[in-house]
Design a protein around this ligand. Structure first.
Ligand SMILES: Cc1cc2nc3c(=O)[nH]c(=O)nc-3n(C[C@H](O)[C@H](O)[C@H](O)COP(=O)(O)O)c2cc1C
Length: 222
């Protein structure tokens, strides 16, 4: 099986290897606002929940827009105001989600461009996206400088969710949520090909594990 020193790869190929392997990725549909009240929405798939108690969500945001000159509005507004909302997008919201990723001038309000509805938040100033079935209001916890991007970690203070989404045990009905995930390139996915975990306990003897087709004589378990 080929292996490679990552520093020998081009930037484009490093990106393609990472975003083709770490899939599907959840998407943070972040709404935030400038100190002067200008509203902003953009999606970010370098995103995950990184702690449940305290509840922390992390989003990696490139420092600059593709022009390489201007800072991304989301990063600027979050560092200025220390507040943002992570909204969860569904498959039905894919079109406004992609529209909100276009690099509009900072003064443009993506709520107006997309036709999405700003709904008041309870604990932070930026509005949440009313059409999103789940939203987490966050305050900035930490910003980690990763070079060309910044990892923004927010503490979730308040959650909004559609009442039909949770069952009587407070578990998410994923088939109702239908969150959209990021796949390589301009493709997305839903939860529809979900598989259950193995029904029986895993076997312990190495011989009993199926050997993957890419295993070579050197890497094959003995
Ligand atoms: C599905 C999707 C996922 C994205 N994920 C990221 C990401 O993880 N980090 C990032 O910097 N940009 C990401 N982008 C690009 C931003 O959404 C885009 O640069 C946006 O214009 C930033 O807006 P802003 O300047 O208002 O912050 C993504 C775009 C799409 C469509």
């Amino acid at each position: 099986m080929p292996s490679v020193d990552i520093s020998d790869l081009s930037r484009a190929n490093i990106y393609k290897l990472l975003v083709g392997s770490v899939i599907p990725r959840p998407i943070a549909w972040v709404s935030c606002a400038a100190a002067d009240g200008t509203r902003n929405i953009a999606p970010f798939s370098f995103f995950n929940v990184v702690s449940s108690f305290p509840p922390m969500l992390a989003v990696s945001i490139d420092k600059t827009k593709t022009s390489g000159q201007e800072q991304k509005d989301t990063l600027r507004y979050i560092t200025e105001t220390e507040e943002f909302v992570v909204n969860i997008a569904t498959v039905d919201l894919l079109e406004p989600l992609v529209t909100s990723s276009l690099e509009f001038p900072s003064a443009v309000d993506e709520f107006e461009v997309t036709g999405l509805t700003p709904a008041p938040s309870v604990t932070v100033t930026p509005p949440r996206i009313l059409e999103a079935p789940v939203s987490f209001e966050c305050t900035l916890h930490t910003v980690v400088d990763l070079g060309e991007s910044m990892l923004v970690i927010g503490k979730a203070l308040h959650a909004h969710f559609h009442p039909d989404l949770l069952d009587e045990n407070f578990s998410m009905r994923v088939e109702r949520l239908r969150p959209v995930g990021r796949m390589p390139g301009p493709t997305f996915c839903t939860e529809l090909n979900r598989v259950s975990r193995a029904p029986s306990p895993p076997k312990c003897g190495q011989d009993e594990f199926p050997v993957p087709p890419w295993a070579t004589a050197e890497t094959r378990p003995r």
